[in-house]
Design a protein around this ligand. Sequence first.
Ligand code: ASP
Length: 419
Amino acid sequence: MKIREKLREISITKKVLLGLLLGAIVGIITYQLPESGFKNNFLINGIYELFGQLFLRGIMMLVVPLVFVSLVNGVAGMGDVKKLGRIGIKTIVFYLGTTAVAVVIALALGHFLKPGMGLSLQAMETVEVTVNERTPIVQILYEIIPKNPLQAMAEGNMLQIIVFAMMIGVGISLLEEKAELLVRLFDSLNDLIMKLVEIIMKAAPIGVFGLIAKTMSTVGVKAIIPLAKYIGTVYIGLAIHMFVVYGLLLTILTKFDVKKFYRKFSPAMSIAFSTASSSATVPVSLDILENEMGISKDIASFTIPLGATINMDGTAIMQGVAVFFIAQLYGIPLTPQMIITVILTATLASVGTAGVPGAGTIMLSMVLQSVGLPLDGMGLLMGVDRLVDMGRTTTNITGDAVCTAVIATKEGAVEKGVF
Ligand code: ASP
């Protein structure tokens, strides 16, 4: 009874971090165990997988309904198409700008830290790489309009859902009092889904534990050692971007205290780290930004799902470092033209990256192709991709939250006293 009461007193933030830490320790210990049915079937693919998947699926179940409902609700509440356009443009400029800065940081680190120098190709394991066909730009543009909104929802096509929800929201606000019932309905549905997020988040510590324990017990240390310099360089880039770039943006452009902002946002960061999916983190980010930081849902319900789809600063950092890593590994010098091409393509490739695990590495092929680097190099990185993915996804979603804070501050949409 006492333990239960004590546990109840610990904040969810601490519990999730504890789950993360314990999961990592237990996973590393499990990795050391000799191969056996107990290790593989009972622990890794049994308990860890079950805990992790139950939570992950629970939270993913809410992503599509939440994005749709909260965006309709937000846009209908805004009631001003011009304001929507202004926020949309600011958000996209902010997202693209921070991503370009991220690539430049990564390229500078790649140049100075030389992650691919002194490695022997033979000593490394390679995974076979298949390259996706490239979709023409025109098609990418027209496909943001869903032909069938239900299909868009069934497939979880975030951009199409965003467009559909915005149109419904605009329609509702144009109908004015004729749509009063709908306004109340969407408001109420939004509260309902937020309640469900709160309930599922109670399982987050255990879910995060399972996800991390599974990852740590399956990623081989053998694969990490030759790539430690690559992994380290990416993480240094992520840290610089998170603490210096985002730190400055928060300090200069908002009234949020950086340390407190990160502390409050840490449950979302833990979920991103353990799921390696920006999409899966959307409900948690929205919950924290709206309920704990006082950011208006008119803004967050638009910027967060959009950011989870197109704003991937961490992914861009990985891609920048990977370019240098592969070029150095194969002894190919990078010319200034190649570097400029990488800045442009990595920014675009990260926009095209879906918010799901491993997507950034698939898009890396586009960056490598643009400067004629060997795609085989990607195979080397695949073995440790999950470890890098966890970090870059954390940066990806933090970037979305920082942008949301900046835009909400500029729009005067931060409720005082909540933060
Ligand atoms: N996993 C990342 C995300 O969801 C995308 C990537 O693979 O870089 O944000």
